[in-house]
Design a protein around this ligand. Structure first.
Ligand code: SF4
Length: 458
């Protein structure tokens, strides 16, 4: 979400004649887009603000002759350094951030984002804005495209109503709001004009997307997530868009309907990869996490998904060491992983987050024990991932070429629709294109493959 929002800001600045600075030291404006999910993300920002404090002292009063190392300076050069902090941390610490870090000129929380235009106006006119009013209605940026990219995020909703007891997101991003279908399709059209090949529909919980459309007869029709996906698939087909793959994240298991699974199964534009965060395998832990589903419900859901989309790959998020998690609860997570056999998993141990319901829960698990538990499931998942990936060796797959391989400049790195990484020999000109590759062998979690066909139209 932060990447999408940073890209949208970049688009706004480009549209106004600004350029990306090659170095922070020479920038006129620095926007720090922050995350509050983990304390470590916030700690990094404090360090960064300390660095900018020193830079600002050095810059203030000095005559800066080169604004941009690119020599493509903005239309209205500004001499002083302006620092803006935005994102979840700006929302969470809105009252104290500027007091604690005077280097910060503007704190732009979730409901002040409409003021970016005003801030740029003020910078270009060499004046300051004293007060940024909050707007209770969140507005979506028209385009979250990162210049020159062939993959892009498309935010479809914002905020979360779920209040999982460990999570800060609902407090810093506010309640769920869905973006209009028209705006989403318009952005998809713009991305097609930039020859984008893959989009990811974004939201804290995309499955609870609900947008009320007023029809011509003034009746209201509610578009839910399955209908949105159907309309996107139809639109991409009818407009002969360059977009070949559509992904989405994140999904809350409680909101995955049979209709949704049917739409994904039917429409080939949706990648055969579903990320379905389970968080824990114990129903009693899920209850204290306020996840609103049981282990049995989740396992049944996985069974239905695998029946209807047999070639799907599944990934998840797992959180162990939650307050009160017993050894038996932990073993339930282990057995759930053994049963589901995810292709990939993001695994964490619980870290208390001030302001959330779980922060004050009793029976916090000692750090050493949390580390032991997460270590055990990481080892288990490594073995399962290897076993799942090895089954694919010998297959011929469609790959979107993403970059030059880091280890060998003659090789390319691509990704399959099942979110698997493949390295193979090929020309750099293929980056950003779909190609066919055979999966020859496995090296860690990455396939080595052979290019078969380099001219694939989807
Ligand atoms: S669904 Fe739960 S974990 Fe996900 S953003 Fe909402 S509150 Fe946080």
């Amino acid at each position: 979400m932060n990447k999408a929002e940073s890209a949208a800001l970049e688009q706004l600045l480009i549209a106004r004649g600004w350029d990306e600075s090659a170095y922070a030291e020479t920038a006129d404006l620095v926007v720090i887009n922050t995350c509050s999910v983990r304390i470590t993300a916030e700690t990094r920002i404090y360090g960064r603000l300390g660095w900018y404090s020193a830079l600002k002292k050095e810059r203030n009063g000095e005559k800066i002759t080169t604004h941009h190392k690119t020599n493509r300076s903005c239309k209205v050069p500004v001499k002083k350094l302006t620092v803006v902090v935005t994102g979840c941390m700006a929302e969470r610490l809105k009252d104290s951030l500027q007091k604690d870090f005077p280097v910060v000129d503007y704190v732009v929380g979730t409901f002040k984002k409409q003021h970016f235009q005003d801030i740029i106006d003020a910078l270009e006119q060499n004046r300051e804005i004293i007060n940024l009013e909050e707007n209770s209605v969140y507005s979506f940026a028209p385009l979250s495209y990162e210049q020159g990219e062939f993959q892009s995020f498309v935010p479809i909703m914002h905020g979360c109503n779920n209040f999982c007891s460990y999570c800060i997101v609902p407090y810093v991003r506010g309640r769920e709001i869905s973006r209009s279908v028209d705006e989403i399709l318009k952005e998809i059209d713009m991305l097609g004009k930039h020859s984008v090949k893959e989009i990811t529909l974004l939201g804290q919980n995309v499955n609870s997307y609900k947008f009320e459309e007023v029809l011509q007869d003034n009746n209201v029709h509610t578009v839910d997530f399955p209908e949105l996906l159907e309309r996107i698939a139809l639109h991409i087909r009818e407009t002969k868009s360059s977009i070949g793959w559509v992904r989405f994240m994140s999904s809350h298991p409680k909101d995955v309907s049979d209709r949704l699974i049917d739409v994904i199964a039917k429409e080939r534009v949706f990648c055969r990869h579903i990320h379905l965060p389970v968080q824990n395998g114990s129903t009693s832990v899920l209850k204290s996490m306020n996840r609103k589903y049981t282990r049995e419900y989740y396992l049944e859901l996985i069974k239905i998904i695998r029946e209807k989309i047999p070639d799907v790959s599944l990934s998840t998020d797992i959180l162990v060491g939650f307050p009160g998690e017993t050894e038996e609860d932990f073993e339930q997570t282990v057995t759930l992983m053994q049963q589901v056999r995810y292709e990939a998993a993001y695994m964490y141990y619980y870290n208390p987050r001030e302001g959330t319901a779980a922060y004050n829960m009793k029976n916090q698990i000692p750090l050493e024990e949390k580390k032991r538990r997460v270590g055990k499931i990481i080892d288990l998942q490594l073995a399962i991932t290897k076993e799942q990936l090895e089954k694919r060796i010998g297959e011929k797959v469609l790959v979107l070429v993403e970059a030059e391989s880091r280890d060998n400049s003659k090789e390319l790195l691509g990704r399959t629709e099942r979110d698997e990484r493949v390295v193979f020999l090929g020309e750099k000109s293929l980056i950003g294109n779909f190609v066919h590759v055979s999966l020859d062998e496995l090296n860690g979690n990455t396939f080595r493959g052979t290019l078969i066909n380099d001219n694939v139209l989807t």
